[in-house]
Ligand binder design. Structure first.
Ligand SMILES: Cc1cc2nc3c(=O)[nH]c(=O)nc-3n(C[C@H](O)[C@H](O)[C@H](O)COP(=O)(O)O)c2cc1C
Length: 406
């Protein structure tokens, strides 16, 4: 499949669907319970339109974005996606290489087959490490040490999956960890010979290298995956976050924050940044779309720490909408996964290229030279922001006014 034939992320998605067995394509696509969260994420973007400014000089467009004192070439990065190697062997390496070439961050999932020590040198300045804390704290401490020793300085911890979510579609499909190719699954997979040949050629079930040493010597990929499941998810509290904050000298980011008071608490604890996210609809179905909570969080935090977001981005202009609502930076999960499924590194490059071009074009079409300069003045729509109990009434309403002046 030639990723250059894809004009949009949706085209890459269609191509990825052809390449993958249904059980794995749906692993990417699935949400939780009745999957309202998936459509909510997309619909949230549809509520906004841009109010364009024409005839200004837009010849010098700039989509760079600065986070933690470092400027990235684009205002988006690659979100962590566990078990990417099931979709394509060495997928995480390909994503890391693509991120480095494009000068954007890539968050490696703690449920990855890529050995930290081998992956880190591929893009030491672009890889952020997403940690799955283990039930056994000694394992968490050891993983943190290995991440630091590998030269990585940015740590991400996801807070929105305190227990394993209700992924009914995956369960219905017969998805298990480790992956078992039972007869009906195998028969369907055989209609995607490219993937089957690739999977078998590379040894089948990926080996979760990070976890292997804790599972015990000589364990199979399936046994290591089962061990990982026995250790994660592990319940985390603010006290645990405080401890990790004390132990980790580098940048520390919480992913999945949705409540403004949690955002404030994180900032008070010395957390360096948050990613407002509902896990791409994969955590709990009635969670709000991050676009609904971003304005409240921006109103609460102001410029204290960077606010990032993910969930639902398929078009470059959606990054602009998030920016107008208070995000400094966005992440994409599925978009770059589709690319890597379709054509490995080249496919990941293509996904990034599509988003980057769309961002540039969108800036031109609304008459804004710099992504960083976007604010609420460029947006129309959005309806009403609901305000949870206990949040000051001005929190939601102040957002547009604040953004105009920031
Ligand atoms: C296949 C897949 C695996 C994921 N694995 C993880 C993970 O290991 N840790 C995590 O914090 N988020 C994980 N996510 C969520 C993403 O990091 C991100 O929040 C989400 O994909 C963003 O939404 P989008 O896919 O609509 O861009 C995963 C998402 C997908 C699609």
């Amino acid at each position: 499949m030639d990723p250059r034939n894809a004009l949009s992320i949706k085209d890459l998605r269609r191509m990825a669907k052809r390449r993958l067995p249904r059980i794995l394509f749906e692993l990417i696509e699935s949400g939780v319970e009745d999957e309202h969260g998936l459509s909510r994420n997309e619909e949230a973007f549809r509520q906004y339109r841009f109010l364009p400014r024409y005839l200004g000089d837009i010849s010098d467009r700039d989509q760079t974005a600065t986070l933690f004192g470092r400027t990235y070439a684009s205002p988006f990065g690659i979100a962590p996606t566990g078990f990417a190697a099931l979709l394509r062997n060495r997928a995480d390496f390909m994503l890391a290489e693509a991120a480095r070439a494009a000068d954007i961050p890539f968050i490696i999932s703690g449920a990855s087959a890529a050995p930290i020590k081998e992956l880190a040198p591929v893009a030491p300045d672009h890889i952020w490490y997403h940690i799955y804390p283990a039930k056994d704290k000694a394992i968490t401490t050891d993983i943190l040490r290995r991440v630091k020793d590998a030269g990585l300085s940015k740590l991400v911890l996801t807070v929105d999956n305190p227990v394993y979510p209700n992924r009914e579609r995956d369960t219905r499909n017969g998805f298990t960890l480790p992956l078992r190719l039972k007869l009906p699954i195998l028969l369907e997979a055989l209609t995607h010979p490219g993937w089957i040949a690739h999977y078998l050629r590379h040894g089948g079930m990926p080996f979760l290298d990070t976890w292997a040493r804790y599972a015990g010597e000589g364990k199979s990929a399936a046994e290591v995956a089962a061990f990982f499941r026995s250790q994660s998810p592990s319940l985390q509290t603010w006290k645990d976050i405080e401890e990790i904050r004390r132990d980790w000298q580098g940048t520390f980011i919480l992913k999945g924050i949705q409540h403004p008071e949690d955002a404030l608490r994180a900032a008070d604890l010395g957390i360096d940044g948050i990613i407002v996210s509902n896990h791409g609809g994969k955590s709990f179905d009635p969670l709000p779309s991050p676009l609904e909570t971003l304005p409240m969080i921006k109103a609460a935090l102001g410029d204290r720490i960077p606010i990032m977001m993910d969930s639902g981005i398929r078009r470059g202009y959606e990054a602009l909408i998030a920016r107008c609502l208070g995000a400094d930076f966005v992440f994409v999960g599925r978009a770059t996964l589709y690319g890597v499924v379709v054509a490995g590194r080249e496919g990941a490059d293509r996904a990034i290229e599509i988003l980057r071009k769309e961002i540039d074009q969108s800036l031109a079409l609304i008459g804004c030279n710099r992504f960083a300069d976007l604010n609420g003045n460029y947006l129309l729509g959005g309806g009403q922001h609901s305000e949870p109990h206990g949040i000051p009434a001005q929190a939601g309403k102040a957002c547009h006014r604040d953004l105009v002046h920031h």
